[in-house]
Design a binder for this molecule. Structure first.
Ligand code: ATP
Length: 365
């Protein structure tokens, strides 16, 4: 996506060293993050990591205990001098998890709700335009209870976009939709934000959702920002074991660094294939990050086996295997059904990755 590849783009939102406490609980801990104009950035992390609190700090529904928040370069909250711009005076819209539509108002009236101070003719034209953008021109007169979940979400989006905010916040936008509808609405939300030219910040604990819709993901853990970047970059080159494990299946294969190789129980790996391995790690032990689709598992067929399959799970089109190697290392592998291997089969295991592999210094146990 070349909209975000140029880093020259202006920051619409800057969060600078923000901390938010609730009693002894530090919900957001010294968080700094800058969001570029027009991008969709997703805050991703497990339950309780501080995503919603971060969103509420941006919206002006919470005040920071430390640090400051700037929208379009203007300080909207600063702990130091108590600056606090209330939510309605920030150019920030919010789409709530439950859509929060007014049940007694029609779709068009819901969209027009925040536009009281607009001239009637301009307001009507703007509402028509927004209904068209979200594909609901034909449902302008329907009440929310006459609309499907996906249609309600479209109206909620149109209503939040109506006052033309610079930033749109989306709290767990797909959690109230049926599984089938989620994938369709991901694409739709993405399209609508792009066409509206608004900067989006969404929140989810679903890594697949985050990676599929976002220009960048910001991974949080215990109130802290762990890593922010392009989804593929964060997936392939996580900077911590937490991020590696949160974004997908991760096996950590022990290795020993020699002059030109890393020796592992999956075979020797050329040192040039290990991402950013500095000379100071010569002659040390590291753990190489291996994803299930980097690994090929085949029945040993009487030949020398590397290990055996200890676990197998069907994931629709693919099968996930867990293999215990001779030295006790556990590796996960993912294959399609054509290469089916049964439980307990002695297998050979081969590293099939063609990309650079990430690694972590060995932890002392
Ligand atoms: P989830 O995915 O479950 O919504 P989250 O990542 O959005 O979680 P937050 O809702 O931001 O996490 O909560 C972060 C931490 O702050 C949690 O431990 C939570 O219990 C605490 N917390 C959040 N809001 C409040 C509040 N108003 N009062 C007290 N504690 C709070």
């Amino acid at each position: 996506d070349d909209r975000v590849s140029g880093s020259a783009e202006a920051a619409v939102l800057e969060i600078d060293g923000v901390t938010k406490r609730f009693g002894a609980e530090c919900a957001v801990n010294d968080l700094s993050l800058s969001v570029r104009e027009g991008e969709l950035l997703t805050l991703l992390g497990p339950s309780g990591c501080g995503k919603t609190t971060t969103l509420r700090l941006i919206a002006g529904l919470e005040r920071p205990d430390d640090g400051e928040v700037r929208v379009d370069g203007e300080r909207v909250a600063a702990a130091e001098d108590g600056t606090f711009v209330p939510p309605e005076r920030r150019d920030v819209g919010v789409v709530f998890q439950d859509f929060a539509l007014f049940p007694h108002l029609s779709a068009a009236e819901n969209v027009a709700f925040g536009l009281d101070d607009w001239d009637a003719e301009a307001r009507e034209a703007h509402v028509d335009e927004l209904l068209e953008l979200v594909g609901l021109t034909d449902h302008a007169d329907s009440k929310p209870n006459e609309l499907s979940g996906g249609q309600q979400q479209r109206i909620a989006l149109a209503r939040s976009l109506a006052p033309e905010p610079d930033i749109l916040l989306l709290d767990e936008p797909f959690s109230n939709l049926d599984v089938d509808l989620r994938v369709e609405m991901r694409e739709e939300v993405r399209r609508i934000l792009t066409e509206a030219g608004v900067t989006g910040i969404s929140v989810t604990h679903d890594q697949e959702e985050a990676m599929s819709i976002s220009d960048r993901v910001a991974v949080m853990h215990d109130g802290a920002l762990m890593q922010v970047g392009d989804p593929a970059e964060v997936f392939q080159h996580p900077q911590s074991r937490f991020v590696a494990g949160f974004l997908g299946h991760a096996s950590f294969v022990p290795g020993y660094v020699t002059d030109d190789l890393v020796e592992t129980s999956l075979g020797n790996i050329g040192r040039d294939r290990i991402h950013g391995l500095a000379p100071e790690y010569d002659r040390t032990r590291i753990d190489v990050l291996v994803r299930p689709d980097d690994v090929l598992v085949r029945p040993a067929d009487g030949g020398e086996a590397d290990g055996r399959v200890t676990y197998r799970r069907y994931l629709g089109p693919t099968v996930l295997y867990r293999v215990e190697l001779e030295d006790g290392t556990i590796v996960e592998a993912m294959h399609n059904h054509a290469q089916r291997v049964s439980l307990d089969t002695p297998v050979t295991v081969e590293l099939a990755a063609t990309h650079d592999l990430s690694w972590f210094p060995t932890e002392d146990h």
